[in-house]
Design a protein around this ligand. Structure first.
Ligand code: VG1
Ligand code: CO
Length: 544
């Protein structure tokens, strides 16, 4: 088989965002577009020759075509072996697990996560390094720099491979190993959680759960784990077949997009526990009967109850949360006497803390939770963690969260997204805030007094790197915060995110409607940033 050296010219727009390179499917289908980015990544790796690569995706439209191209490029670039998920399927957490278990050079995940798929939807590509985590900024910057000057890529001239049958074949001198997408991940989960106890709960007849895989990647994993290994009835997993267009849905597990699950959990005959995951399986939403657990609270509850779970019975070394995530986990860390780190948005910032053993659990307000078991957030892991806690405590989800609030106080929390904003207007909002916030200290808004205002900078305590301009924070003297930042994962226009948090120690006030509890702060946010005036929108497009 021939190795072709194909000449190409750079695309100017291959800068990875919060989580990989995301563009519309037609953008990726342009001749050389995918190839340029993949070759830029390979050129950035120290050495591909003789190494192993992990490859898979969330099954979205263009997944199979991209996999065939990348297999031939990996062979042409001298990889000794590629482990590719059967039918091209690997969740993001499973990929991280496999990279670590087999000590490979890294992996490529084909996903635009929670963005819709299909011929006019989005596609994406994420590069993971040998620790199993998303490439850190210095790597993504190097890949981007390379993509701006690339003039050739290498690809093997070969017929397409069968990626549906398990086993090994050869592509030139590279071994292509089609692997079971679920097995390694399932084994890791079994090593962390008390499967016997969860199985007893799920087969007791007194407890029902519903898992909504949203026609995205977790379907095969959820069927195997919950219905196979853990004995739940066969209709426990809904939307469990990955589809190229996610059944026309938006595979984002929140109260807005996971409406099928929400209807079930708020229905008359609601099950005890509900969960959903996103396109690539790294996010989770957790529900009790008629009850929503915010992702920030979920992280705090997992941390407070970690000792009930075998994989964490020795305690936690620390907790890390992204800056806009609520401060509920900080309160647990303080009580446990461990550190709580505040990082910029995006899982790549947790990697060093996990590698250095400074944090055991990590989380983001955007429905992402994970631990040092891998280097990605992990949706099904969070579901299993909750099931383990539910099995041990024998209380409902709502009881567990309410008793948590009684012990630690409640952090009311909400995120308001203004999507599809013209980029210039979005930039204007942030630019104006950058000028304004340093002047706000001491200023009063109603009963709130500003304690600090800044544009968040993160100093990585492990490698000393600095990430600046990570979002505008306004903190008040009572611990409330409002935060503004622009999304780095969208593909059309800009998305302005407003994050609002207040703290309520009084149990008599733990029953308020979240939007009402936060109304004064939401009004202050608009007064400070003129969100509605500048975006021209009367209200946010999504509230979570
Ligand atoms: C969003 C979330 C962020 C998350 C990122 C990737 O980024 O806010 O917390 O890490 O998506 O998640 P942004 O820049 O749009 O706010 V995923 O599930 O796409 O891997
Ligand atoms: Co995701």
């Amino acid at each position: 088989m021939n190795i072709l050296t194909v000449s190409t010219t750079p695309f100017a727009d291959q800068k990875p965002g919060t989580s990989g390179l995301r563009k519309s499917v037609p953008t990726f289908q342009q001749p050389h577009y995918l190839e340029n980015f993949v070759q830029s990544a390979f050129d950035t790796f120290d050495q591909c020759a003789g190494q192993t690569l992990v490859l898979g995706g969330d099954g979205r439209y263009y997944n199979r075509e991209a996999i065939q191209i990348i297999l031939k490029m990996a062979a042409a670039n001298g990889f000794a072996r590629v482990k590719v998920g059967q039918r091209g399927i690997l969740s993001t957490p499973a990929t991280s697990c496999i990279i670590r278990k087999y000590r490979t050079l890294g992996g490529i995940i084909l996903s635009a996560s929670h963005n819709p798929g299909g011929p006019t939807g989005d596609f994406g590509i994420k590069i993971n390094t040998s620790n199993g985590g998303p490439a850190p900024e210095k790597v993504t910057e190097a890949v981007y720099a390379r993509s701006k000057v690339i003039d050739r890529y290498l690809i093997l001239e070969a017929p397409d491979l069968d990626i549906d049958a398990l086993g090994e074949t050869r592509l030139g001198s590279t071994v292509i190993e089609v692997i079971d997408s679920v097995a390694d991940y399932e084994e890791l989960m079994a090593s962390l959680f008390d499967f016997e106890r969860i199985r007893t709960l799920l087969t007791s007849g007194n407890f029902r759960m519903c898992m909504d895989s949203m026609h995205a990647v977790t379907g095969p994993y959820a069927h195997a784990l919950f219905e196979g290994r853990l004995g739940a009835p066969p209709n426990t997993v809904i939307a469990g077949t990955p589809l190229p267009d996610f059944g026309g849905g938006h595979p984002d597990p929140n109260l807005v997009y996971a409406h099928d699950l929400v209807e079930i959990l708020w229905g008359a005959d609601a099950p005890d526990f509900g969960a959903a995951s996103d396109g690539d399986g790294d996010r989770n939403m957790l529900l009790g009967r008629h009850f929503f657990v915010t992702p920030s609270d979920s992280l705090a509850v997992l941390a407070a109850n970690a000792k009930l779970v075998p994989g964490y019975s020795g305690g936690l070394s620390g907790i890390a949360r992204s800056m806009p995530t609520s401060q509920a986990p900080d309160r647990v860390a303080a009580k446990l006497g461990i550190d709580c780190y505040e990082t910029p948005t995006g899982w790549k910032f947790f990697g060093n803390l996990l590698d250095a053993g400074k944090a055991t659990l990590c989380g983001e307000e955007s429905f992402g939770t994970g631990s040092n078991h891998i280097r990605e957030k992990d949706g099904l892991w969070a579901v299993l963690f909750w099931l383990n806690i539910l099995a041990v405590r024998g209380e409902s989800v709502e009881q567990i969260v309410r008793s948590h609030w009684r012990s630690f106080g409640r952090n009311y929390y909400s995120r308001h997204d203004y999507e599809g904003v013209e980029s210039d207007r979005a930039e204007t909002i942030i630019a104006n805030l950058r000028l304004l916030v340093p002047t706000l200290k001491g200023k009063r808004y109603g009963s709130y007094e500003v304690e600090y205002g800044d544009d968040f900078s993160y100093h990585d305590p492990v490698d000393g790197s600095v990430a600046s301009k990570q979002g505008i924070r306004i903190g008040f003297t009572d611990g409330s915060r409002i935060i503004f930042r622009l999304s780095g994962t969208g593909t059309h226009g800009a998305t302005v995110r407003l994050y609002v948090e207040s703290f309520e120690p009084d149990p008599a006030r733990h029953d308020l409607d979240t939007q009402q509890a936060l109304a004064p702060l939401i009004a202050i946010a608009d007064e400070v940033a003129h969100l509605r005036a500048v975006t021209g929108m009367a209200q946010p497009t999504v509230i979570t």
